[in-house]
Ligand binder design. Structure first.
Ligand SMILES: *[C@@H]1O[C@H](CO)[C@@H](O)[C@H](O)[C@H]1NC(C)=O
Ligand SMILES: *[C@@H]1O[C@H](CO)[C@@H](O)[C@H](O)[C@H]1NC(C)=O
Ligand SMILES: *[C@@H]1O[C@H](CO)[C@@H](O)[C@H](O)[C@H]1NC(C)=O
Ligand SMILES: *[C@@H]1O[C@H](CO)[C@@H](O)[C@H](O)[C@H]1NC(C)=O
Ligand SMILES: *[C@@H]1O[C@H](CO)[C@@H](O)[C@H](O)[C@H]1NC(C)=O
Ligand SMILES: *[C@@H]1O[C@H](CO)[C@@H](O)[C@H](O)[C@H]1NC(C)=O
Ligand SMILES: *[C@@H]1O[C@H](CO)[C@@H](O)[C@H](O)[C@H]1NC(C)=O
Length: 377
């Protein structure tokens, strides 16, 4: 068993050893530590995709997130490996007696949905240069990333629960800090907003494939992939820890024509608005900054900023100014409400974006698939 995992792991190790690359290993226990945790939210402190809150102690935690959406936006999968006690996040999460666990949602064109999850005793994370690899010990769930983050794979090898397969991500767009491209010189911060909420977007867009068999049923599609991680140092212990670093956020990513966009519009606990704007074309970064973008709900319930209790908006509109390219205007329309809970004010959709640069020097209106969410605490 677990053969998929060991093959990939040994390939990465072989490259790392041959190139004498830096490597670090963290064994994160499912029983959160008591006492102080160290949270590293600067570029010089750790590899780009390394764990940033160690040990996790109940009020400091991390998660690793991956998604893939088909070109027509009708098939999607998203999953996260959480290094966080469930009580510190939001409601409606699976209940595990451990702080290291994974949760995955699959949405299919016939309207059906699947939820897979697993909890482990330990999560073992290896960081080689900037890429991370992790294994949720004893569950068959893990991921692997190469040192320059150009390729990631999620591996599920759990015949005992009837789930086996892989998700592959071949990056098409360079990584970025919240306010700068990865190539920016000097010390960069992973912090987004005025509270210690860390965000590292290793893979803004990827050519991605899903190939999973669930009890004999094959789930197979390709499309746009994405990977990031978040790190939180919350101001208190308890069921609302995450609301001490964010009041609300609108986040999403899309691909349209040869462009990639990642948006993050976050309201910090002090009420200030912070945006992270990322736009690339054919693998070249056009914008990676904390300015010149707005993301606004449209249609029904178009309240901004969203507040706890807000209903699901009808869509979103994104405006961004890109130096040398002009004004980008995009409309986002829903295809599927993947998760929606008005009690915790959390909505996640797959959908389509449509738009382009306003001056139309670039010619045509473009469309493409998007995955996005709204949270308000
Ligand atoms: C976790 O560590 C941080 C220091 O980084 C500290 O502020 C916080 O109180 C600790 N939390 C717990 C529950 O011990
Ligand atoms: C991983 O799990 C195996 C058995 O399931 C156990 O023997 C091993 O000690 C675990 N490793 C860590 C680092 O917890
Ligand atoms: C790793 O990330 C740093 C920024 O934190 C960057 O300067 C460096 O070029 C990256 N190295 C690789 C191999 O991706
Ligand atoms: C696969 O089938 C087994 C046996 O019926 C069941 O216990 C398990 O939950 C199924 N797995 C999934 C992911 O539905
Ligand atoms: C934002 O747009 C203004 C022009 O409207 C430009 O001067 C500025 O450089 C842009 N900022 C970034 C970070 O791109
Ligand atoms: C929201 O809360 C109400 C009252 O507690 C409950 O009846 C309802 O089922 C909840 N809705 C969802 C989607 O969980
Ligand atoms: C979104 O819906 C509006 C109104 O129904 C429509 O005008 C627009 O073309 C749609 N956009 C996309 C990307 O489907």
């Amino acid at each position: 068993m677990r053969f998929l995992w060991s093959v990939l792991f040994s390939q990465i190790l072989a490259v790392v050893i041959a190139q004498r690359s830096p490597i670090s290993l963290d064994i994160i226990s499912g029983a959160p530590a008591s006492g102080q945790s160290k949270v590293h939210l600067t570029s010089s402190a750790t590899g780009f995709d390394a764990p940033k809150a160690l040990p996790i102690n109940g009020s400091s935690f991390d998660w690793y997130y991956f998604d893939i959406i088909s070109e027509d936006s009708r098939s999607s999968i998203f999953l996260a490996f959480f290094l966080a006690p469930i009580s510190s996040l939001w409601d409606n999460l699976p209940v595990f007696p451990t702080a290291v666990w994974t949760d995955a949602f699959i949405s299919l064109p016939d309207g059906s949905a699947l939820n897979l999850d697993a909890g482990g005793n330990d999560l073992i994370v290896m960081t080689t240069v900037n890429g991370s690899s992790g294994t949720l010990n004893g569950t068959g769930w893990g991921w692997a990333g190469v040192p320059d983050m150009s390729f990631y794979e999620v591996i599920i090898d759990s015949p005992e629960t009837g789930v086996q397969g892989t998700l592959t991500f071949k990056s098409t767009a360079p990584a970025h800090f919240p306010c700068a491209p990865i190539t920016a010189s000097g010390e960069q911060s992973f912090m987004l907003g005025s509270a210690p909420f860390g965000w590292a977007n290793a893979v803004p867009d990827a050519n991605a494939n899903v190939d999973i068999v669930i009890n004999g049923t094959e789930v197979k599609f390709s499309g746009a992939g994405y990977h990031d991680k978040a790190s939180i140092l919350a101001g208190n212990w308890g069921p609302t820890a995450v609301d001490t670093v964010a009041k609300s956020w609108l986040w999403g990513h899309a691909r349209f024509g040869s462009y990639t966009i990642v948006w993050y519009d976050l309201i910090s606990p002090d009420g200030s608005e912070h945006v992270s704007s990322y736009i690339s074309r054919k693998g070249k970064v056009l914008a990676a900054s904390c300015s010149n973008m707005t993301v606004r709900p449209t249609g029904a319930n178009s309240v901004f900023p969203p507040v706890f209790g807000s209903g699901p908006p009808g869509g979103f509109h994104i405006s961004a100014y890109v130096e040398g390219e002009g004004q980008l205007e995009l409309d986002v329309n829903h295809t599927t409400l993947i998760l929606g809970d008005s009690n915790i004010t959390m909505y996640r959709w797959s959908g389509m974006v449509r738009g382009g640069f306003k001056d139309d020097r670039h010619g045509i209106t473009l469309d493409g698939p998007a995955m996005y969410e709204l949270f308000a605490f």
